[in-house]
Ligand binder design. Structure first.
Ligand code: PEP
Ligand code: MN
Length: 338
């Protein structure tokens, strides 16, 4: 971190700032210029906020040289993290994982039927929401705990791990008991109490990007989970809000190489929420594989026009199967398997 002090800064203030930083455990190198003093902070500056330093009236400018995240930072952990989800490995050069299933669990018969179908198509895990974050309080809110038990039944019938979204910290125990991969939804990406709560568990976490989150905001949320003790975080891009109206969200594919460069965490793509349109799922999935994604999470429903939520962005099983067939070809072209 480089801090430029105003030339009028009294020596007593320069000394006080110097001591403050040294007390925080960083070493301060001082460059004495004719017109200003520059502090070069060396060491772990992750606990120092650049914005807080600007509160000092004698500070002219603050520049961060290193990123504010530490545990997720590739610089301090060069090898890829491979997250184990009940035996399925995600990340590194492992097989690209395919997660398929409905937006919402609609009952045990529905989730077990769709789970069998996505398994036959070649999926590795089943998704299904039991607690649903809906924009309208009048929309279907999910089956709650019963929905989780229905997911467990689908796992027993298919042998596939299950993925579901936890919406509040007081429900985390239910997820620890029943779910293999605990999803944090876009709307909760900065629910810091919830992030800390899933940081204390021994189940992997799927962290979706907030709809208006910068990449750094998103990585800092992963950092919350890791700092609380859980290293098993999978990043998930699900589209961001832009001015564009032809798609539900704007799918930001550049995050794949960026997350891989900045962090050592696996990243998967959700083309259903990123586009909102089943017709766009296949081309966006193939693009994501080509760009290096470690997996895909796709909404699949055998009767999308009767789905209780997000039917317009769900693939029918036969389309899902075709996507996997094409995905294998693209994966092979970029040196991965699917
Ligand atoms: C979901 O996966 O069903 C969901 C609500 O996703 P997101 O949080 O990305 O909107
Ligand atoms: Mn959905």
């Amino acid at each position: 971190m480089i801090i430029t002090l105003k030339k009028e800064a009294p020596q007593s203030e320069v000394d006080r700032l110097y001591n403050d930083f040294e007390e925080k455990g960083v070493h301060v190198n001082i460059i004495q210029g004719d017109n200003f003093n520059v502090f070069g902070l060396v060491g772990d500056t992750s606990q120092i906020s650049d914005r807080d330093i600007l509160a000092n009236e004698w500070v002219e400018n603050v520049q961060r040289v290193s990123a504010p995240y530490k545990l997720s930072n590739r610089m301090f952990h060069p090898e890829d993290t491979i997250v184990d989800v009940a035996g399925i490995k995600v990340g590194g050069n492992e097989k690209i994982v395919i997660i398929g299933g409905p937006c919402s669990v609609e009952g045990s018969e529905q989730i077990c039927r769709i789970a069998e179908e996505v398994k036959d198509c070649g999926a590795d895990m089943i998704r299904g929401g039991a607690y649903k974050p809906r924009t309208s309080p009048y929309s279907f809110q999910g089956l709650g705990y019963q929905g989780l038990l229905d997911m467990v039944e689908a796992r027993e019938k298919t042998g596939m791990p299950i993925v579901s979204e936890v919406m509040s910290a007081d429900k985390v125990d239910e997820f620890v008991e029943h779910v293999d991969l605990v999803q944090i939804g876009a709307r909760n990406m900065q629910n810091f109490d919830l992030l800390r709560a899933v940081g204390h568990i021994n189940k992997p976490v799927l962290l979706k990007r907030g709809m208006s989150a910068t990449i750094e905001d998103w990585i800092m949320s992963a950092e919350y989970i890791m700092a609380a003790g859980n290293p098993n975080v999978i990043m998930c891009e699900r589209g961001i809000r832009t001015f564009e109206k032809y798609t539900r969200n704007t799918m930001d594919l550049a995050v794949i190489p960026i997350i891989k460069e900045k962090t050592h965490l696996p990243i998967i793509i959700d083309p259903s929420h990123a586009t909102g349109d089943w017709k766009l799922i296949e081309p966006m999935s193939l693009a994501a594989i080509a760009a290096g994604a470690d997996g895909l999470i796709i909404e699949v429903h055998d009767c999308p026009d009767k789905a209780w939520s997000d039917g317009a962005q769900a693939l029918k099983p036969e389309k899902f199967k075709e996507l996997i067939r094409k995905g294998k070809i693209v994966a092979e072209a970029v040196g991965r398997s699917l």
